[in-house]
Design a protein around this ligand. Sequence first.
Ligand code: BLA
Length: 524
Amino acid sequence: PIITAPYDLTNCDREPIHIPGFIQPHGVLLVLQEQDLKILQVSNNIEKVFELSASSLLNQTLDKLLGDYQTDTLKQALKNHLDLQAVNPFKLSIQSTNKSNSFNGLLHRSENFLILELEPSLSQEVLGFLDLYHLTRTSAKSIQNTKSFQDLCQVIVREIRKLTGLDRVMLYKFDPEGHGSIIAEEKQEQLIPFLGLRYPKTDVPQQARQLYLDNWIRLITDINYEPVELVPIANPMTQQPTDLSQSVLRSVSPLHVEYLQNMGVAASMSISIIKDGQLWGLIACHHYSPKFVSYEIRSACEFLGQVMSLQISYVENQEHQDYRIGLKTTHNQLVEKMLRSPSFVDGLFDDQPNLLDLTNAHGAAIWNSGDCRTIGITPSIDQIQMIVEWLAKSSDRDVFQTHCLSSVLPEAKTFKDSASGLLAVLVSPRHYILWFRPEVIQTVNWAGNPQKPISQDEAGNVRLSPRKSFDLWKETVQFQSLPWLTCEVDAAIELQQAVVKAVLYQAAELAKLNHALQRSEAQE
Ligand code: BLA
C-alpha cells in the first residue's frame, strides 16, 4: 500500500486521503490517457467483474473493454463536452462469458488524465432526467418554503431519508471553531437518537473538509469492505499515485472506517452543505447494513444539498435578525423598568426580562465600589471583586469580553463552572456590569454513548470512537464558554449607555433637588 506512514489520532489531518491508491470494491476504476484512451491503471477487481485480467488491459485502448461502438460514443461525448459532468452517467453494457452486465459510466478529469468509473446500475432504478426532476421537485419546494431555520433543517433530513431509505439521516453543523453538533435527525424509530450531540473538530479533519468543499457527496457502501488496489499502484506517467479527489469509488481513510465500525455503522453517506464558500456542515447518513445508493439518487441528494445551501443564508440571516430584534425589545423593556424603579438597579434584577436575558448569560452582577448584587450562577463576591480589580488594571477599554477568562486570568480556572466566559462593561470608575457563562462542557448535551461506544473490548483497547473523541474534545474546550455573539456584545454596550444616561439623569435630578433645597433654606 502507498500509505505506509502510521497515521493516528495526533496526525490524522496529514493523511493524504485524496491519493489512497485504493478504491471500494463495488465498482471498477480505470485511469486513461485522454488523447487515445489508453488504459494506464486499472483496479484489481476487474477480473472478478469482467473476466479480463488487469495485465491484459494495461496499455491497451478502452475499446478492448467496451467494444468499438461504446468507445466511439464516449469519444464523441468527450469532444462535445468540456464539462464531463454533463455526460454522466452514461449507460454501458459489458459482455462477460454468458451474460451482459449493465453499468453506469462516470467520467471525470484528474490532473491530465481521464478517470472512468463503472458502478452497478440498478435496473429498477433507471431514472432519466425527468424522473429526477419529479423526484426532487416536491422536496426542493418544501425546502424553499421553510420559514424558520429549525424547520429548514428538519425538512432536509426528512427529504433525504425519503429519497434514500437510509436508517439515519442527520444534519451536522460546524461551529466557528470547527466542532460540530447534530441539529436535526430523521431515523428509524428504534434507533437511539443522536440529536443534540456534539463532536470535536478532529472527527472531520481539515484535509477532509477541504476535499468536501470540492466534492459534494460521498458514499461508503460497506464499511467492512476489502480495499481494491490500482494496478500499477502509481500512475506510470507520473510515478505518483493518481489523485482520486473526485472519484466516487475512492477508498476511505482507514481511520474513518474504524470510527464508523466502532459506532456500529455498516454504510455511510454524506453531503456537503456550503455557505459563502465555506463548509457549513454535512448531511451525515448511516445505514446499519451495507447499502448502495445509486448515482441517480445521489445526484438528487446532491441537488437538494445545494438548494439547502442557498436557503440557509436566507433563513439564518432572518433568524439572526429576529434574535437581534428580540434583544432590542429586551433592552427597551429593561430601560423602562430601570427608570420606573426607585433604584434603577432593581429594574435590572427583578422579574423578567432581567440582565440575563439581554446577553443570554447564565449569571450577571453589578459592582458598584464594593457593593455587589448578583443574579443567576455567578462566582462568589470575593471572586467577582478579584475580576473587577483585574479589569481595572488590565483593560483600558470600557467593554471587555472573552470566552476563556482563564487564558488571561489563570485564577478563573477555580470558578470555571460559573465564569469561563465574561462580558463586562464599565459604567463609571469602579462601577461595572458583568455577565458570566459557565464552561461549555457543562452546557452541552452529551448523552455519552452514541451506539454503545465500541465493541468496548475488555482490554479497553479502543482508538477511535465518538466517546473517545468526546474526551479529547473536552480537553480542547476546557475552561471555555460558548462565545459571545456580536449582537449580544452590542446589547451590553447599549445597556451601558442607557445606564450612564440614567445615572447622569439621577445625578442631575439630585443636583436640582439639592439646589432647590438650598434656595429654600436661604430664603428662610
Ligand atoms: C470523515 N468524519 C468524516 C465524515 C463524517 C465524519 C461525517 C465524512 C465521511 C462520511 O461520509 O462518512 C464524522 N460521522 C462523523 C460524526 C458523526 C458521523 C461526527 O456520523 C456523528 C454521528 N475521524 C475521527 C478521528 C479522525 C477521523 C479522531 O473521529 C482522525 C484521527 C478521521 N474522518 C476522518 C477522516 C475522514 C473523516 C480521515 C475522511 C474520510 C474520507 O473521506 O476518506
